[in-house]
Design a protein around this ligand. Structure first.
Ligand code: NAD
Length: 453
């Protein structure tokens, strides 16, 4: 690759965040229309890391992707020859900026969440020893507050600038825009680092429309990310008991929530569903609790966050108990599960609530057939999923678990083709016309969060 005279940005970690961030950085333009940066994506030489780097080098996004804008931006980067990926860490020597997008794992134990500081430190060490003075390191990973000062800073050579600017990226239809056309918060370890970070982000993010928010310390920025995700997780857990109440007294909680959301102070109220999955909300609410003990010697129990994580984790078992009620027993029953990713229109299956559902249903003797338009192979359960509309022959139950857009467009009568399985809408997936169609055709329909009057 011809590095020309542009600043070199290394993006460490080519997962759901880093792969998209590398494309976003490579899409930045100078006033004359030329790319602002030469971008080098760096992963580890494991089969996964190699495959991700190779994919991007071929102009292919390493994950099933519903965002046409991101795919088009990748093609443009390839045409401009300013994005290249490798598993060779020596490239950090060339970096003017390093963006850290590797995971910080946390073993989720409610009473004592256990942070894996060691593997995060190892990733930082891999690049830190190769950096020059004046290089800017921006940690985007979600980390327990205090990590930048306690773990990252001691590894950096003198003169390297450190900032934290957490990601709000949302894989799905608005993937690219969730980086480039979205508000960002950041902080620098020193005023010089903060200024360098602000200048860099201003070239990647559309700051005219989405101004940056500067926080006064690395700790404050790390806490902002963890609090954001904890707030969301607690709100989701809070709706769980209201869903049960609505089902019991015969009301439609989605109707109620949409009325409540009209009040501006309540516009982001969550709704009941199938469960909470993904790499972030399943662990981030315990990050502050872990930081309190590991970095600050404090015993901060965080009861709301702790409870939220366990309520959210057990949510798919509520759908399972509805399935049990609908079918009498699960033993010998055939269930079609629609959606195995953790969220609509994405391919990410990490900590998916569908996994909890499938494992328990199988334990109780059910046969579960899984379908997902974004996932051909489900790595955590090591099963092939169906990509085409599956056969409904001999089915006892269909569970709509993930609100992938295609499911809300299915022509139900044509699809049923005469069969009459029970239906559980576990995630407010079905449109009213689809619900009516199922009922007209004689299917018993149950929903999470919707009672029968
Ligand atoms: N997924 C999301 O939607 C999302 C959103 C906001 C923030 N985050 C945070 O961003 C971070 C990354 O998340 P992700 O979903 O992209 O994770 P991921 O697991 O999809 O990707 C991480 C990548 O980093 C690579 N990696 C690990 N160690 C490395 C090293 N030493 N050098 C180079 N590469 C290395 C892995 O091989 C992997 O490809 C996490 O802290 C996460 O909490 C994720």
């Amino acid at each position: 690759m011809n590095l020309k005279s542009r600043p070199v940005v290394c993006v460490q970690g080519l997962g759901f965040v880093g792969a998209a961030m590398a494309i976003a950085v490579a899409s930045s333009r100078q006033a004359n229309g030329e790319p602002s940066f030469q971008v080098i994506g760096v992963d580890v030489p494991t089969p996964t890391g190699l495959a991700r780097a190779e994919c991007l080098n071929k102009g292919l996004f390493p994950f099933a992707c519903a965002d046409k804008k991101l795919l088009a931006a990748l093609k443009t980067c390839k045409r401009n020859n300013n994005l290249w990926c490798t598993t060779d860490p020596r490239v950090y020597r060339r970096a003017d900026v390093v963006v850290v997008d590797v995971p910080f794992h946390l073993e989720v134990r409610a009473s004592r969440p256990n942070p894996d500081i060691g593997s995060f430190r190892k990733a930082i060490r891999e690049m830190a020893g190769r950096l020059r003075a004046g290089t800017l390191v921006i940690v985007e990973s979600t980390v327990p507050p205090g990590t930048c000062e306690r773990v990252v800073l001691p590894e950096l050579p003198k003169g390297v600038l450190l900032a934290h600017a957490y990601e709000r990226v949302m894989p799905g239809k608005g993937y690219f825009d969730s980086i480039v056309n979205f508000r960002r918060a950041y902080a620098g370890h020193t005023p010089e680092a903060a200024e360098a970070c602000q200048k860099f982000l201003s070239k990647v993010v559309n700051v005219k429309k989405f101004p940056l928010t500067q926080l006064s310390s690395l700790r404050a920025s790390e806490t902002a990310k963890v609090l954001e995700n904890s707030y969301r997780a607690v709100n989701i857990a809070f709706m769980e008991e209201w869903g049960r109440f609505a089902e019991a007294i015969g009301i439609d909680l989605f109707e109620v929530i949409s009325a409540v959301r009209r009040r501006p102070t309540h516009s982001n109220m969550r709704q009941p569903g199938f469960g909470v999955g993904g790499y972030c909300l399943t662990k981030d609410p315990l990050m502050a609790k872990a930081a309190a003990r590991s970095y600050f010697g404090l015993d901060a129990p965080f009861p709301f966050c702790t409870r939220a994580v366990s309520v959210n984790r057990d949510m798919p078992l509520v759908s399972l108990s509805k399935a049990r009620k609908l079918l009498g027993t699960l033993r010998g029953k055939k269930i079609l599960l629609l959606g195995v990713s953790y969220r609509q229109d994405v391919a990410d299956t990490r900590f998916s609530p569908s996994a909890t559902f499938v494992k328990q249903a199988q334990k109780e003797g059910a046969e579960v057939v899984c379908h997902d338009p974004f996932v051909a192979f489900w790595p955590e359960l090591k099963i092939r999923t169906q990509k085409e509309v599956p056969s409904l022959k001999n089915l006892d139950l269909i569970v709509f678990a993930v609100s992938h857009e295609v499911y809300s467009k299915w022509n139900v009568p044509a699809w049923l083709n005469g069969s009459r399985p029970a239906v559980l809408d576990a995630n407010n997936v079905l449109k009213p016309a689809q619900r009516q169609a199922f009922q007209r055709m004689g299917c018993v329909l149950e929903s999470i969060g919707r009672g029968k009057v």
